[in-house]
Design a protein around this ligand. Structure first.
Ligand code: ADP
Ligand code: UDP
Length: 235
């Protein structure tokens, strides 16, 4: 049997080295966490769904000119990706108020914005991923101004492509989190995942939540929501 070195085990995925120093294998788990790991559980089938959904979306985005880390789906849970140096930022785009935005600014959830918003969190579990602005990013040398510009342009492009894609499937794309990384030649690419774990999806007619909020908020039918999103996305 081929031996694989596990480089990292995160909350939702394991990351393995390959013989090629520029490639990694990510393996999606059914483990679910929320509130920075304080709530833990299992969503049966989630790993396979998030693997399929992420790869499908990354391929659609590549077709629309967004460079991504995607290389090849190996099996239902595992995918080969380009190894990148992750820019330690969570890039959050919002089209409709929800979650921490609604809480922070004291507004109800479900208010559509005229223009999408962008915000950054510093990816640091010990600090609970604090909100950060572009000046702080420069001060902490997390990315150059040029890199932040590239990331912003790419994130809005991802939003434009995905909003349209989901609208055709009767789903409102409320908000989502992206991560970007630098390949060995310094190119910024979209990395990590795009899935019901990292996006808020609401049915356009019923406004039913079809994402991880069902787990975070104990709404029930969590597996059904993930299955439904897989069906709407891939058919
Ligand atoms: P977390 O670290 O938040 O618990 P995961 O369980 O999803 O998250 O772990 C996956 C880890 O792999 C994350 O830290 C993510 O930033 C990182 N990652 C995602 N894509 C790549 C890539 N192409 N190259 C290197 N690291 C990546
Ligand atoms: N998100 C994520 N990982 C995080 C934080 C947020 O994938 O560590 C996603 C979340 O699923 C939602 C969007 O980013 O789609 C905005 O999340 P928000 O800031 O509202 O925070 P939350 O309500 O999840 O605490």
């Amino acid at each position: 049997m081929e031996m694989r070195e596990m480089l990292y085990e995160g909350k939702a995925k394991k990351v393995y080295a390959t013989e090629d120093p520029d490639l990694l294998i990510v393996s999606y788990k059914d483990d679910a966490t929320a509130f920075n790991g304080k709530k833990k559980g299992t969503i049966t089938g989630k790993g396979a769904i998030n693997n399929r959904v992420t790869n499908f979306m990354m391929q659609r985005l590549e077709e629309q000119g967004v460079p991504t880390h995607f290389v090849e789906e190996l099996n239902d849970r595992e995918t080969v990706v380009k190894k990148v140096e992750i820019v330690p930022l969570e890039v959050i785009i919002r089209n409709i108020s929800a979650g921490s935005f609604a809480k922070r600014y004291g507004v109800e959830e479900g208010i559509p914005f005229e223009n999408p918003t962008i915000e950054f969190s510093y990816k640091n579990d010990d600090l609970d991923d604090p909100l950060i602005n572009e000046y702080h990013i420069q001060a902490l040398k997390l990315a150059t101004p040029e890199e932040v510009d590239t990331i912003k342009k790419m994130a809005f492009k991802v939003n434009a492509v995905m909003k349209e894609f989901f609208a055709q499937r009767n789903v409102d794309l409320v908000d989502f989190k992206l991560e970007f990384g630098k390949t060995s030649d310094g190119t910024i690419v979209l990395a990590d995942e795009i899935s019901p774990d990292t996006c808020r999806f609401w049915d356009s007619e019923t406004h039913e939540k079809l994402d991880k909020d069902r787990f975070r908020r104990d709404l029930g039918n969590v597996e059904d929501a993930y299955d439904e999103m897989l069906k709407r996305i891939i058919g």
